[in-house]
Design a protein around this ligand. Structure first.
Ligand code: HEC
Ligand code: HEC
Length: 207
């Protein structure tokens, strides 16, 4: 009997905690793991979500639901979530640590992809990708997602989506301007470069 009073007391104190499964995941996250991995670490061609900024993840879910970010798989999934469920899953995956991965195909090769990533192309007003995506493509803060370790085909598709107007350009339209200056060879090279870098959660203390 006393036990039930304790449980009731806890429910009143932490109502949100009891809308979650025992491991702390919001119920809505259960349907994500088939494609994005049990820990949000990604699988095969599916991008990892663990450790990405909460604001970034929420923005993507809203954009899939509204159709601004065009994707046939994610549209029905995101539309099926309420606003508070989108917020909950964004917070949940953002809070998961991305376990360091091995570099996919050994260390990334020197070449045009690396040059673009690390130095940019100033004669075209193209800043280095790492200026916004962080050293090693590990991401910076809430709004600049990591690129390291995401599947190459996924990264390439995103750059193509901006060029085709199938993805909102994001804060200040930054990525729209960048993608339109990249040709097909650039896309392939820079996507392959970041995909080959090991993914890991940025330093502790990120918020
Ligand atoms: C059937 C497979 C599948 C399931 C289930 C699924 N996703 Fe996805 N998800 C994808 C694919 C494919 C993409 C890549 C879309 C693209 O290319 O734009 C994606 C992309 C995403 C992105 C964008 C990541 C980024 O870096 O911008 C987010 C956020 C996301 N999914 C969240 C979720 C959440 C949350 C759930 C569960 C509620 C979920 N997904 C369930 C297949 C799936
Ligand atoms: C001036 C800052 C800036 C620079 C430089 C920059 N990016 Fe981005 N990038 C962003 C922002 C902001 C986002 C998030 C957009 C959003 O919220 O939808 C982003 C998102 C992305 C994504 C989507 C990641 C995902 O998980 O879906 C890819 C891919 C990407 N950038 C590639 C690149 C590449 C390649 C370069 C270099 C050629 C580059 N970016 C340079 C700001 C920048």
């Amino acid at each position: 009997m006393a036990r039930w009073f304790v449980v009731l007391g806890l429910c009143l104190l932490f109502p949100s905690a009891f809308a979650q499964s025992p491991d702390g995941a919001p119920a809505a996250a259960g349907s994500c793991v088939a494609c994005h991995g049990a820990e949000g670490q990604g699988s095969g061609a599916f991008p990892h979500l663990a450790g990405l900024g909460e604001a970034y993840l929420r923005r993507q879910l809203d954009a899939f639901a509204s159709g601004e970010r065009v994707n046939a798989i994610m549209k029905p999934i995101a539309s099926g979530l309420s606003e508070s469920q989108r917020q909950a899953v964004a917070g949940y995956f953002s809070g998961l640590e991305m376990a360091p991965t091995e570099a996919a195909g050994g260390p990334p090769p020197d070449g045009p992809g690396r040059t673009l990533a690390v130095h940019g192309r100033w004669q075209q007003d193209l800043p280095a990708c790492v200026q916004c995506h962080g050293p090693g493509g590990q991401g910076i803060g809430e709004d600049f997602p990591p690129l390291a370790g995401q599947p190459a085909a996924y990264l390439e598709d995103q750059l193509k989506a901006w060029r085709a107007g199938n993805r909102p350009a994001g804060p200040q339209g930054l990525m729209g301007h960048i993608a339109e200056r990249l040709d097909d060879d650039d896309l392939k090279a820079v996507a392959a470069y970041f995909a080959a870098l090991p993914a890991a959660t940025a330093e502790a203390g990120d918020d």
